[in-house]
Every structure is written in structure tokens, then in C-alpha cells.
Design a protein around this ligand. Structure first.
Ligand SMILES: CC(C)(COP(=O)(O)OP(=O)(O)OC[C@H]1O[C@@H](n2cnc3c(N)ncnc32)[C@H](O)[C@@H]1OP(=O)(O)O)[C@@H](O)C(=O)NCCC(=O)NCCS
Length: 322
């Protein structure tokens, strides 16, 4: 479906796909849009998904474009249960912004879901600390103000090496680190037992057993206090990213947190990461449910970050409740 655009006569918005799994024709058109969505979500465009997809592409040039031509803008969402869908991304090439494409792409995805009976859309996105423009774009189009879930931090090994409180930290006597993959069955059982006993010892988003799958072996470490596991950092290489290591989970037993043990553990992780020349950058998130850590991130980490932002959620009702 092509619709004329009244803001910019050269602009057409094309709805690529609706409720069928990617069919033969649509597959090539969706693949042409890969570069216009997040690297970690590109898999959605490569192979059939067991979910309803609604996608819209913006073309500025008049005349024919082949299905393989990358468009100038792209919006994508997929359906979930209970009449809810996720807006995955909406993006316009920088030189072509401010001409109505982004708003039209967003409206096309919203309308596509509303027509299929969906009522509420959610969008999970990250905004830079000093640039709220994308939030304004969403709220200006009826989406709720953002609820902040996490502070997102990005840094490099070079910056880590210049961070005084990190480089000063040392493992105290009686402490050691070992690869997470070498934690024994009995040590794992002891972690689970302490989690039961202290109810909880660590928060759900710090659970090593949930996050250990496919972890990066060279940099995922356990902090040992004598024979007992007293903390951990679990890392991953996110799919479709280059040069980035994600420090997915970081935990040190509460009684040790004030004594700088966690900084010593982080330094050990950074030293091991330095052995992987292809992994110069790293990123991690601090959930707002850990207020002491978010305060630490804003006060002590920020001067040595290459980027700080917020992981946010907004929603919009695209149809009245059923
Ligand atoms: C937000 C975005 C989609 C808007 O696209 P667009 O084609 O310029 O959208 P429109 O022309 O319909 O609307 C422009 C609006 O976006 C706002 N805007 C936000 N960021 C902007 C930017 N960098 N440049 C121009 N306008 C921007 C404008 O202020 C304007 O707001 P208003 O109409 O309420 O005054 C586009 O700026 C973009 O792709 N930004 C990057 C967002 C991103 O990273 N998305 C990936 C995942 S969500």
C-alpha cells in the first residue's frame, strides 16, 4: 500500500507486512531495511518470526524503487499477547528528518496494529542523558512520558584505565577471582542455599543462574571469599554488535559492598577484557531498583564514561479498551 504524503510530496510510506509470517515477496523488502533498525533486532527481518509484524518504509525519491533499495525511514513493531504490541523502532535517515516521515511511519505502524485488533503499544528505548528529542517526538504523538528503567553506561578500556577509584582497587587478603565457568556444583548449591536463607541474598536481576547462558567465558568471573562465592560479574557479547562487551550482571554480597570489593572485582574483569583486543568497549545497565548503584553511576562513574543514557518505556493506547 502506498499513500501520498501531504507534508512532503516526494514522500511515500509503504506498509510492508501485516499479520502473516514473512512471505517470499516481503522477505527481501524487509531485509533491505535491516540497517534502519537496532543491530540486536535485525534478526526479526531475516527469518520468519512466530509473531505478527507490522512494518512501514518511507521512500523519498519519486518513481520506482526496487524492493532491495534501502528506504529513507523505517518503522517496525511486533505483536504480543493480550492485545499488546511492541514498537521496536522508528527511524529516519538524518538528512531527511523534519519532513514528516517519522510521524507517518509511527502512525502507520500504530494504525496497522489497531486494524488487527491490538489496543496498546509499548516502546522500550534508550535516550541520551543530554538529548530528550526522541522522547518529545513520542509524547508529541500521544505516547506516555517515559518511565526510566535503567541508567545505561558505555565506556572503553582506555577510560577504565584512567578511572582512579577503579585502578586503585585491589582484592583484599582472603579474596580471589576465578572464571564463572569454574564455579563447582557445590559452590553453586551454596549460592542457591544462601539465596534461600537470606531471602533474598541477591535481586532477581542479579541472578547468575538466569544470566549465565552463553556468557563470555574469558571475562565472566566469580569473586571468592575463601571457599565461598561472594559475588560475580557475568558478561556477554551482544548479537550483531562489534567490539562491545556487555557486563550483564554484577553483584557483590551486601556486607562487602561498602568496602570497595566490587570495584576490585570490576578491575579484575577489565584486566581480563584487555586480553581481548577486539573488545575495547563495554556497556552495562544499572536498574533504578538499585538506588545506591544509580547514585554511584551518576556521581562516580559518569566522568569516565563515553556515554550515559536512560533505558525508558512509553506506551500508547491505539484503540479503546476491548
Ligand atoms: C525521531 C525521528 C524518527 C523523527 O523522524 P522525522 O522523519 O524527522 O519525523 P517527523 O518529520 O515526522 O517529525 C519531526 C519531529 O521529530 C523531532 N525530532 C526528534 N529528533 C529529531 C532530529 N534529530 N532531527 C529532526 N527532528 C527531530 C522534531 O522536533 C519534530 O517534532 P515536532 O513535529 O513535534 O515538532 C528521527 O529523528 C530519528 O530517526 N531519530 C533517531 C531515533 C532513533 O534512534 N530511532 C531508533 C530506534 S527507536
Amino acid at each position: 500500500m502506498n499513500q501520498p504524503c501531504y507534508t512532503c510530496p516526494m514522500l511515500t510510506i509503504e506498509t510492508i507486512n501485516t499479520n502473516d509470517p514473512i512471505d517470499h515477496t516481503d522477505a527481501s523488502r524487509l531485509r533491505a531495511c535491516e540497517s534502519l533498525t537496532f543491530p540486536a533486532r535485525r534478526f526479526i527481518l531475516r527469518e520468519p518470526q512466530d509473531k505478527v509484524l507490522v512494518a512501514a518504509a518511507a521512500h523519498f525519491a519519486k518513481g520506482d524503487h526496487t524492493p532491495q533499495d534501502p528506504p529513507a525511514g523505517f518503522g517496525l513493531g511486533w505483536g504480543g499477547p493480550n492485545g499488546e504490541f511492541e514498537l521496536i523502532s522508528v527511524y529516519t535517515l538524518p538528512l531527511l528528518r523534519g519532513m514528516g516521515a517519522g510521524g507517518r511511519l509511527l502512525a502507520t505502524v500504530e494504525d496497522g496494529f489497531a486494524e488487527l485488533g491490538y489496543r496498546r503499544g509499548f516502546h522500550f528505548y534508550t535516550i541520551s542523558d543530554d538529548d530528550p528529542a526522541f522522547t518529545d517526538f513520542l509524547t508529541g504523538r500521544g505516547w506516555s512520558p517515559p518511565v526510566i528503567r535503567e541508567i545505561i553506561c558505555k565506556s572503553t578500556l582506555e577510560l577504565a584505565g584512567e578511572t582512579p577509584w577503579l585502578m586503585r582497587a585491589r582484592l583484599a587478603e582472603g579474596f580471589a577471582v576465578k572464571p564463572w565457568g569454574q564455579v563447582t556444583e557445590s559452590e553453586r548449591a551454596a549460592i542457591a542455599a544462601r539465596q534461600q536463607r537470606d531471602a533474598p541474598w541477591y535481586a532477581g536481576d542479579q541472578d547468575p543462574f538466569i544470566f549465565e547462558e552463553n556468557c563470555h567465558q574469558g571475562t565472566s568471573l566469580a569473586l571468592m571469599q575463601g571457599d565461598a562465592v561472594a559475588g560475580w560479574v557475568i558478561t556477554h557479547i551482544p548479537p550483531d554488535t562489534q567490539g562491545f562487551l556487555r557486563w550483564t550482571v554484577s553483584f557483590v554480597s551486601p556486607e562487602l559492598q561498602r568496602s570497595g570489593r566490587i570495584a576490585a572485582l570490576w578491575r579484575e574483569v577489565a584486566l581480563r577484557q584487555a586480553q581481548f583486543p577486539e573488545l575495547q568497549r563495554f556497556t552495562w545497565g544499572v536498574p533504578v531498583t538499585h538506588p545506591r548503584m544509580t547514585a554511584f553511576a551518576r556521581r562516580r562513574m559518569k566522568p569516565w564514561l563515553s556515554w550515559m543514557g536512560y533505558a525508558c518505556t512509553s506506551f500508547k493506547d491505539v484503540a479503546p479498551p476491548g
